[in-house]
Design a protein around this ligand. Sequence first.
Ligand SMILES: [Zn+2]
Length: 650
Amino acid sequence: MDCDLLLTNAHVLTLDDEFTAHPGGDVAISGGKIVETGRLIGKYTPRETIDCQGRVVMPGLINAHTHAPMTLLRGLADDLRLDVWLMGYMMPVEREFVRPEFVALGTRLACAEMIRGGTTCFADMYYFEDSVAEAAASAGVRAFCGETVLKFPTPDAASFEDSLAYARDFISRWKSHPLIVPGPAPHAPYTCTEEILRACAELAAEFDVPLHTHLAETAFEVDQSRREHGMPVVPWVKKQRLFDARVLAAHCVHVDEGEIRALQMAGAGVAHNPTSNLKLGSGVAPAASMLALGVNVGIGTDGTASNNDLDMFEEMRLAALLAKGTSGDPTAIPARQAVAMATRIGARALHLGDITGSLEPGKRADLIVVDLTQTHTSPQFTRDPNAVYSQLVYSGKASDVVDVMCDGRWLMRDRQLLTLDEPELRAHAADVARRIDRFLIAREQSVLQKLIAIGGAAEQESFEVQVKARARSADAVIAALDSDDITVIRGVHYHQFDTYFFFDDPEQGRLRYREDEFLDADGRVVNARARLTLTGPSREAAFGSVLLFRSRFFAPATHSPRFYREYFHPAREREVDKDRRRWLVAYRGVQFYVHLDRLKNPAVDGYFVEVKSRTWSRRDAQDKAAIIADLLERLGAEPSETVEADYVDL
Ligand SMILES: [Zn+2]
């Protein structure tokens, strides 16, 4: 019988369901497919024969979850909490830099690294997925490419409708490619709307392609889902009919047994990402339980910004070790099962089990040759047929992979890459890093630029005059507001909690995180809101020490004070909380806000009055200052230079 290529004298690990192995065996390949494995010398007349010198020949590894272009963000910002890392660094840099060329370069760099480590197939999720697909295909690597859809604007789409249109066009163009499987990738339940989840599932079903998403990565995500939807993540997405599609779900760190069963029933694959979950402190996925309940759990590296490499040998080892360490059971996820997760089971998780993941007749020839005769893998034992899996998982390294073939084409021979130019890729990546460094260095010098970068997009700059004073009594102020020449337009009562962030450079101004709890007539909280205000240094101090004229930028506070603390790194902090009554009044033809405050923290006796008004020029500010002085007298309040020391809100 003819065949294109016969690999001889190999320790063949087929990774089929029976874990069939052929020590001293051969692999026949024709037309890019596996024809047969076993003792084949004499049976075939190959066009080419390669003696594998006793090395391991096994299926190429399958990286079940990554964001390949993020190689260009490797090491950019580490040791941060997930929200600060994602919202504070990754997303702002991505908004600024991610273009098709960036994505193509990052993917080529990722492919070079993956090929070196024996990965022949990866599941991706990113923007401009068209460029990921093109780069992977030209490098000769198989990929399931998921085009990201989010509820907010992305580098490649101004709206989710645009994302969906991009995904549809992308899927229809790549649908029958021999190496690329395209699909939609709704990023995660908390970054998508119900409408997006449904639309993506429908799109995947319409084209009969898989769908890639992140599920239950953090405990916070699950708590939020319970709060908002009254159920954890898996039933919630099931309710949105996500499982109408063939789903690949990354993470599933925080899922209970019922959810695991639901994933299994839905035929969803899971990508276990040990390093990423450890590095971001998300926890450890119950991979052994998921496998025991019949879920196809593959292994992924996640993006290189949260790993920081694409080394599947490391991930196999961690998957095996973590299962033991978290359960106290050293038999959990044995080495052989870890290798299966990185090959056959991973292929099934990607819904590609019929074409790759094992060396079985009819499957595509995606295979690697691994040299286990290195010092760190010596010696070899033959008594236990599973010893070879132990060598691979517990002592093997990505650099032990010597040859890589995908779809019947050699991508690496003798550790030389055949489809990619590594020195060129490294040089281009260094250029990108220099540009990103410049961007972040400029941004980090300004609190305002950092605020804008997190989409806390400062609404606008506004100027105001304001005076603070000590009140004789609260009753006197309230009585004065009742008089005929002061018109109260509206009033509100609330409890105000402020956290002030101060910076060493006074030119940066100060940042205030404020939570207002609105109170009804009986003092019950009826509503709450949180806002950020960046107050610039005084532009004018010419009106005396109590009157100011300065800029303020406002932004909605969408994160916790903890997020802003870790993102802005203030030099000092101060907390102030107070009971505030606030009126909008008209006096002498001008509108002012009048605040009547009682300080609770720091506790200060007596009441304070603050009068303020927006202004637009020095002249206008001076005019208003005169009226404010008059109004304060009417309210029985004394301007005081010591007020600022008591409460910061000037
Ligand atoms: Zn991910």
